[in-house]
Design a protein around this ligand. Structure first.
Ligand code: ZN
Length: 310
C-alpha cells in the first residue's frame, strides 16, 4: 500500500466544505472523487478557456485514452523515476476454479490478486506520454517543429491523500512542443511567463517557481537536484488550502528524453527536443472555489467574463 499523506487541518476543513456543498462526491478511497454539477461546470469552463488561449499557437488537436501501452511506460523511464506512482492494469486469467476462488475472496474483500495477470496496459501518468510514440510513428517533424493540444486528459498518480487537491486521478490539460532545442525551451519559458498573467486574470494569486518531480528513492534526490540546477521544471503555485501553496500548472523542458526512444527527428534530421505545459484542471477549479467562494454567479465580473465569455 502506498503511504497515505494525511491532510493538514486547513485541507481537511476545505475537503469537508467541498463534500458538504456537493462540489466533490467522496468514495471509499482517498483521492478518488466524483464531481458535482457546479464543480464540473467550472472545470469545463477552465478547460475551454485554456483551449481558447492555446489556439493562438494553432496546435494540432490530438486526443488519447486514459491508458497507454505498458511498453511505453517501459520505454520512457517512468518505472525507474516514479515506480511508486505508476498504475498497471491487471485482469483475470484462469479457469472455472480460479474464477470461483476470485469471487469468494472478493466477496470477503480479501486479496484476490493471485487470480490476476498483468495486461499490456498501464494508466496514463501524464497526458503527453501518449503523444511521443504517435509523433515518432510519423517520421520527421515538419520545418519549425510541431505543437500539440491534447485536450482535457484523465491521468493517474498513486498517491492517496486527505488533501482534496491531491487526487489519484484528475484532468491534465497539456500542450506539447516538438522542435529544435532553442525553439522548444523558448516556447516553454514564454508559456510559463504568460500563464502567471493568465491565472492572475481569473483572480488567482499565482507565482512561478523552479520545481522538481517527486523522483523515487535516494537516486531520485540526485535527479531532482539536477533537474533544479538545469531549470528543467517550473510550476505555478497558488494558495488553495495551507500550509504551502499548491502547484496548479507545470512547464517542463525534457531535452531529448522523450524524443530519443521514439526517434522523433527535426526536419534537419537531428533528434528533436520536447517540452510540455500542463494545467491541473481540478486544482485550478479548487483554487477558484477557495478564492471566490462556492457560487460562480457571485464571482467578480472580470473573472466571469474570462471563463464564460458571451
Ligand atoms: Zn507532459
Amino acid at each position: 500500500m502506498a503511504a497515505f499523506l494525511p491532510a493538514s487541518p486547513d485541507q481537511a476543513a476545505f475537503r469537508d466544505e467541498l463534500l458538504a456543498q456537493g462540489m466533490l462526491l467522496a468514495s471509499d478511497v482517498p483521492g478518488l472523487y466524483g464531481h458535482g454539477a457546479v464543480f464540473d461546470d467550472v472545470l469545463c469552463a477552465v478547460d475551454q478557456w485554456l483551449g481558447r488561449v492555446g489556439a493562438v499557437e494553432h496546435p494540432e488537436q490530438l486526443r488519447f485514452p486514459p491508458l497507454i501501452p505498458r511498453r511505453d511506460l517501459e520505454m520512457n523511464g517512468y518505472l525507474s523515476s516514479f515506480p511508486h506512482l505508476a498504475g498497471t492494469v491487471f485482469s483475470f486469467e484462469g479457469g472455472q476454479a480460479e474464477a470461483l476462488e476470485q469471487a469468494e475472496r472478493a466477496g470477503r474483500h480479501e486479496d484476490w490478486s493471485r487470480c490476476q495477470a498483468m495486461t499490456e496496459l498501464t494508466l496514463t501518468p501524464a497526458a503527453c506520454y501518449a503523444a511521443y510514440p504517435a509523433m515518432g510513428a510519423r517520421g520527421s517533424l515538419p520545418p519549425g517543429g510541431a505543437t500539440l493540444d491534447l485536450g482535457p486528459a484523465w491521468v493517474f498518480r498513486h498517491e492517496p491523500s486527505g488533501d482534496p487537491a491531491r487526487m489519484q486521478t484528475f484532468h491534465m490539460r497539456e500542450m506539447v512542443r516538438f522542435g529544435e532545442p532553442e525553439t522548444v525551451s523558448a516556447w516553454r519559458d514564454r508559456w510559463r511567463d504568460r500563464s502567471v498573467a493568465l491565472l492572475r486574470s481569473i483572480g488567482l494569486d499565482a507565482r512561478a517557481d523552479i520545481a522538481s518531480d517527486p523522483f523515487f528513492g535516494r537516486a531520485g534526490r540526485m535527479l531532482a537536484a539536477s533537474q533544479r540546477d538545469q531549470e528543467l521544471k517550473f510550476e505555478l503555485l497558488v494558495p488553495i488550502a495551507g500550509p504551502q501553496p499548491t502547484a496548479v500548472a507545470s512547464f517542463n523542458y525534457h531535452h531529448d528524453h522523450f524524443a530519443a526512444p521514439y526517434r522523433i527527428r527535426t526536419a534537419a534530421g537531428a533528434i528533436a527536443h520536447t517540452a510540455c505545459i500542463g494545467f491541473g484542471l481540478e486544482r485550478i477549479t479548487l483554487a477558484l472555489i477557495q478564492t471566490h467562494g462556492p457560487h460562480p454567479a457571485r464571482w467578480p465580473e472580470a473573472v466571469g467574463h474570462v471563463l464564460w465569455p458571451r
